[in-house]
Design a protein around this ligand. Sequence first.
Ligand SMILES: [Zn+2]
Length: 258
Amino acid sequence: MQESVEKICILDGGLTRVEDGSIYSPGVNVGVPTTLSCNAYLIRHKDKWLLWDSGTPDAFYAEPGGKIMTHGVRAMVVRTIAAQFDMIGLSPDDVDIIMFSHAHYDHVGNSRLFRNAKWFVQQHEYEAMFGAQAHSFGYFPEFYSTMRDNEVELLQGDCDLFDDGAVRLIHTPGMTPGHCSLFVRLPRTGPIILGGDVAHNCRDLQYRRVPSFSNDRDAAIESMRKIEELARQEGATIWINHDTMQSGTLPHAPAWLY
Ligand SMILES: [Zn+2]
């Protein structure tokens, strides 16, 4: 079956600023200050609300200059996720299903808001998040520790969430062991792939540039190939979460895309 979801809303999940853009593309953009968009995505399908990623922690809104995280990365929040839910007339409690591309702070930052959501996660990612070596993957467990209390379904590999082809979780390891991307079929826009951090911008995807802090370089390159192949097969557009230029061309909350 090839059904479509009803609609999607792109939420502003903050900004990431680095002084040396080459951490995402070794040897390229050395010493060049770089700004990355961060997005979260709310999807409506079969009377369910699905959230993909949750942005930078809303608490950073109180620090207008941002907060230094890993690798000299500065994280900033201009609009909170809670305020954007309010703007579209929903509560975080309404979210039925939550998924994260991976557990870095700019993706799980507001996970604690979504207490009622069932969490679909790769078993490899779950084990890395709650294992003794969580910090070695660049994780800050304090941002997602409450996810232990959510209902959880552990996955091994790709998953067609509703068995109707509308929303498919695609395992794209590399950046982290259980990194995923999300295939979503929209009724008018057509199929899209929410890439997560499979690449940090369109050029890095094209030239197979792997960040210096990637967990597994070979797996990351294979995942880029996998996503591009899926996009070709389905005629899908790849939305790169952190590509500021591409993100700027897409409408954000409170707008919906169909
Ligand atoms: Zn990221």
